[in-house]
Design a protein around this ligand. Structure first.
Ligand SMILES: Nc1ncnc2c1ncn2[C@@H]1O[C@H](COP(=O)(O)OP(=O)(O)OP(=O)(O)O)[C@@H](O)[C@H]1O
Length: 967
């Protein structure tokens, strides 16, 4: 059996699996097979060291990871044996023990679990019954914090100081009494109560150890104390849950507690190309307090990652989608949407990307969160806009009549709706008649409900008036939305209802405001009317009385359009290919062939509210190391709130640029074959590749200037909109009739150069700007020839910078080199050969030297790719349609958005099967002791669908950073 367990493992992995040491730390970088190693060690402990599976605990970070691990272990030891393991999240393992041994600490066997909403409901009832002034949501959070500190309600009551605390103490006490009376434990109780038990455990194994918190450490120590056989795997560089009290210090704490801890480092990465690893490693090494570590790529160097500048968040989204389509088409359809992931620092950032994907019909799914327009706080506001636009929408009226709560009974609304249906009128007109006393309804409407309905009518009617009275040039949609938000006291509502994550939700609302700002653009509105571009959407009744009302209809129509594709994809389930959007937190442990990380600007990553910049850097590192073959990072010059944004400090540091290309790769036919081989798929024929390539208007990433400015084509569109000849938007939400990819057709380019634009005072036409650009490019050519000559003379080693034509390709990553080539590569690992060093084996220190040399190359490519505007371009004197409304003194910048949990996540009652008995389990051997819990903090993750873990050929990069010592 051992042979089977160990096959396919490298020497270090084998050592970690078979060591006779009791306490083992396996510390290893991303993609080095930590999970694989842990799985094999479990099998080894059962098969070789003859430990009883029911006395082995295996803790994973997610339910999904637990299921995967069980599947793998089953292959080694069979299902009967694997089923006996105590395998799952900390919470589910604790639950199993409590079910089994709870009677020793006075728990009856049939206790239930109060989930988060049960807990909230209990606290709410207590505050309501007693007329307490304390907010129920925050009281629930405070109870959790006290439990985490090990302070029970009695202890807290003794230390209470002021009136407010006394009230909270009573809530806490009553909450505990209610749980006890109902024989319930909440999530916090699971771990704290389990700390009172000391069952017999022969071995404990923990995955993702770097993200354990204090209470989990306590549990680990308790579980392990009988035999002290512990194996943990982790990566300090991937510690990203500090904000949820995860303790990176638990690594050293463990070594202090068990002095004979054996540390094993795995150093080979089986996931990413050498180029991606080089770049990621360079970023993580900016943290000088971090001990140096070895990391070797087993793949070839491949395609250098891309670091792209775009003018706006909307342009960034357009570019991203254009790159997805371009690489898909150039690969002859070999790369499918499933192969792409967009990883975001904050969930609110998804809006622009989702809109762009929706416009282009690219299906996507969200992991770790909901689609933007499905988020409760957004859905509600959109419903208000819908009712303002079309009061006859009775479904929407029913949804919002008592939301936020106005004490209108649910039965009243339903009764009125039914009555309206029978009368053949809309619910809105029924409500209006009742409120204005024009008719007596058969449905009983008591005074409280009547008052509530009157408030609702006031919101809608005042909003309609606001819209009608706002001039088209006064950003009517923003004005309308802000009016509704104010009337609803929306921010307070979010604070009350979602105490735990109200800031993230408010960020989403701000993102919606930003979107209405774009959609209010007067040029865009005027152009749409001129074009007659308003789409007709089934089920959406349009009132076309004014420009502003049309603007609202158009906005809502586009929202519907952008969600329609996603809904269709959802209905089709797994059958259809979907790009993945996730927070970076939610992408932990996963991998994709192509990864995009947009919005890499200061304030986003590092996040403006983050307390620990090093954790933010690690987050970027985790995101980057999810990529197998292609990695795109990007940053807009203006974020979606139209505020100026500068490149993330992690990426703006000297030397970083040398690790990146400035634009997406060319993909030649031969690259496609290499790609097919690696992904284990059939390679499309040359004819298919050629055919799908034909569908592209642009086969290079050369529409958006490398400088991060608007391309002349976009400016020309604006010119045209201004002169009312024709128009496109500058980004953001566009009229459905003019949706297009970021690329423009040759005809459009032709139009651009020949268009006769109306030149207005203080405004210079795009044609004139284009002439300036040509002139500037001619001058730049002269400068760059000089720079090139200097670069040749300097002859320093340089990173693989390339021209867009004949560039290095991703084939070098995907194609398997010949055996001889492999030998050559390995033999020269310490004494790097000049040529190869440029492609694969450049020590990090050397790579950082290439900057000055590369600059000429970069400039040269800019010449070919960009349409840089002259810095003195007259257009600068006349502001372009960019910033409009970012609310001044905005107290809520983008908020941190931890991945949202699946409902099941962390809920052992639904996620884990609790065995009623353990076959062969000798209960008499269990030791039971009491011990108080000291701390507690819940850590849980959403479940995610893992991607294939494809592998390419191996290639050693030994010597690349041989300076790194063992950690
Ligand atoms: N010795 C090996 N030979 C070939 N492939 C391997 C080897 N070890 C691991 N792999 C593969 O490498 C990929 C990454 O492994 P795994 O997910 O276990 O890494 P990890 O260290 O847990 O990564 P992360 O920290 O990013 O979650 C998997 O597809 C795995 O099968």
């Amino acid at each position: 059996m051992a042979g089977g367990i160990l096959s396919g493992l490298n020497a270090a992995q084998r050592e970690a699996v078979t060591t006779t040491a009791d306490v083992v730390q396996v510390l290893a970088p991303p993609g080095s097979g930590k999970t694989k190693t842990l799985t094999a060690r479990v099998a080894h402990l059962i098969a070789e060291r003859r430990l009883k599976p029911w006395n082995i605990i295996v803790c994973t970070f997610t339910v999904k990871a637990a299921n995967e691990m069980k599947e793998r272990i089953t292959k080694f030891v069979g299902p009967d044996c694997a089923n006996q393991l105590k395998l799952g999240t900390f919470h589910s393992v604790a639950l199993r023990y409590l079910k089994q041994y709870g009677q020793h600490i006075g728990l009856s066997k049939d206790f239930g679990i109060a989930d988060t909403s049960d807990s909230k409901a209990i606290v709410k009832r207590i505050t309501k019954q007693n007329d307490y002034t304390i907010d129920a949501g925050s009281a629930r959070g405070r109870i959790s914090t006290q439990k985490a500190k090990g302070i029970d309600s009695e202890q807290f009551a003794k230390t209470k100081k002021n009136v407010e605390q006394q009230e909270f103490a009573r809530v806490y006490e009553e909450y505990e009494e209610t749980l006890k009376a109902s024989n319930l434990l909440d999530y916090d109780d699971l771990l704290t109560r389990c700390c009172l038990l000391l069952p017999n455990v022969e071995a404990l194994l923990i995955d993702e150890y770097q993200d354990t918190n204090n209470i989990q450490y306590e549990l680990m120590a308790l579980f392990a104390q009988h035999r002290n056989v512990i194996t943990i795997v982790g990566d300090p560089d991937q510690s990203i849950y500090g904000f949820r009290s995860a303790e990176i210090k638990n690594l050293t704490r463990m070594k202090q507690q068990w002095a004979d801890t054996l540390t094993i480092n795995l150093e080979e990465n089986y996931r990413s190309s050498g180029a991606i690893l080089h770049a990621a490693q360079h970023i993580i090494e900016q943290d000088e307090s971090r001990p140096p570590k070895k990391l070797q790529a087993t793949h070839t160097f491949g395609q250098r990652p891309i670091l792209r500048k775009l003018p706006t968040a909307a342009a960034e989204a357009d570019w991203l989608v254009a790159e997805v389509k371009r690489t898909q088409a150039l690969s002859g359809g070999l790369l499918q949407p499933n192969d792409f992931a967009v990883l975001l620092r904050s969930a609110a950032l998804s809006r622009a990307i989702e809109s762009a994907l929706g416009r282009e019909g690219v299906p996507y799914r969200m992991i770790g969160g909901m689609r933007f327009y499905d988020r409760v706080e957004i859905k509600l506001l959109i419903d208000y806009l819908r009712v303002v636009d079309s009061p006859g929408n009775s479904e929407a009226v029913e949804r919002i009549a008592n939301m936020p709560p106005r004490r209108v009974g649910e039965g009243t609304i339903k009764g009125l709706h039914e009555e309206a249906r029978l009368k053949g009128v809309s619910l809105w007109s029924m409500v209006l008649d009742v409120v204005q006393g024009r008719c007596r309804s058969a449905t009983k409407v008591n005074n409280t409900s009547h008052t509530g309905l009157a408030k609702f009518v006031d919101v809608i009617v005042s909003a309609q008036k606001k819209l009608a009275s706002t001039a088209a040039e006064d950003t009517p949609l923003v004005t309308l939305l802000q009016h509704i938000i104010k009337k609803l006291n929306y921010q307070d509502h979010l604070k009350k209802k979602y105490a735990d994550d109200c800031e993230a939700r408010w960020s989403n609302v701000e993102e919606l405001i930003a979107q209405t700002t774009e959609a209010s653009d007067p040029q865009q509105l005027a152009a749409m009317l001129a074009e007659g571009a308003l789409p007709t959407i089934e089920g959406i009744e349009r009132r076309t009385e004014s420009v502003t009302e049309d603007a609202l209809s158009l906005f809502l129509a586009n929202v519907t359009l952008s969600t329609a594709g996603a809904e269709k994809a959802e209905q089709d389930g797994e059958k259809i290919q979907q790009l993945t959007i996730s927070t970076i937190h939610g992408a932990k442990g996963l991998e994709w062939p192509v990864v995009f990380i947009p919005a890499c600007y200061d304030g986003s990553i590092p996040h403006s509210r983050a307390e620990d910049n090093d954790e933010e850097r690690r987050l970027l590192y985790v995101g980057m190391t999810r990529a197998q073959a292609l990695l795109y990072l990007s940053s807009p010059g203006r974020n979606s709130q139209r505020e100026e944004a500068s490149m993330s400090t992690f990426l703006a540091q000297p030397g970083v640029a040398a690790y990146f290309e400035e634009h997406g790769p060319s993909i030649a036919t031969r690259d496609v074959q290499g790609l097919a081989k690696t992904l284990g798929r059939e390679s499309p024929s040359d004819a298919v590749v050629a055919e799908s390539k034909r569908s592209l208007e642009r086969d290079e990433d050369n529409y958006w200037p490398l400088t991060g400015e608007q391309p002349p084509e976009e400016l020309a569109k604006w010119d045209r909109g201004k002169s009312n000849e024709t128009a496109w938007s500058i980004g953001g939400m566009r009229p459905a009739a003019v949706f297009s990819t970021a690329a423009v057709t040759m005809q459009q380019q032709q139009d651009f150069t020949t268009a006769s634009t109306t030149i207005k005072a203080g405004f210079v036409s795009a044609k004139a700007q284009y002439d300036d650009i040509l002139e500037e490019q001619r001058l730049k050519k002269v400068d760059e020839r000089a720079a090139q000559a200097k670069a040749v003379a300097d002859e320093k080693p340089k990173g693989r910078k390339r021209q867009i034509e004949g560039q290095g390709s991703i084939a070098s990553f995907f194609a398997k080199p010949s055996t001889t080539a492999k030998k050559e590569n390995e033999s020269c690992s310490n004494d790097v050969k000049q040529h190869d060093a440029k492609r694969t084996k450049i020590p990090l220190q050397e790579l950082s030297n290439v900057n000055t040399v590369a600059s000429a190359d970069i400039a040269n490519r800019r010449l070919m790719l960009s349409h840089k505007l002259p810095s003195t371009a007259p257009s600068r004197q006349t502001p372009r349609p960019t910033s409009r409304v970012p609310p001044a003194g905005n107290p809520y910048p983008f908020s941190s958005s931890p991945p949202q949990q699946d409902e099941d996540d962390g809920n052992p009652t639904t996620s884990d099967t609790i065995p009623t008995s353990d076959a062969g389990h000798d209960e008499t051997t269990n030791t039971m002791m009491a011990r108080p819990a000291t701390t507690f903090h819940t850590t849980s993750m959403q479940t995610v669908v893992p991607q294939r873990k494809t592998l390419g050929m191996r290639r050693s990069l030994k010597g690349w950073n041989a300076r790194g010592g063992r950690h």
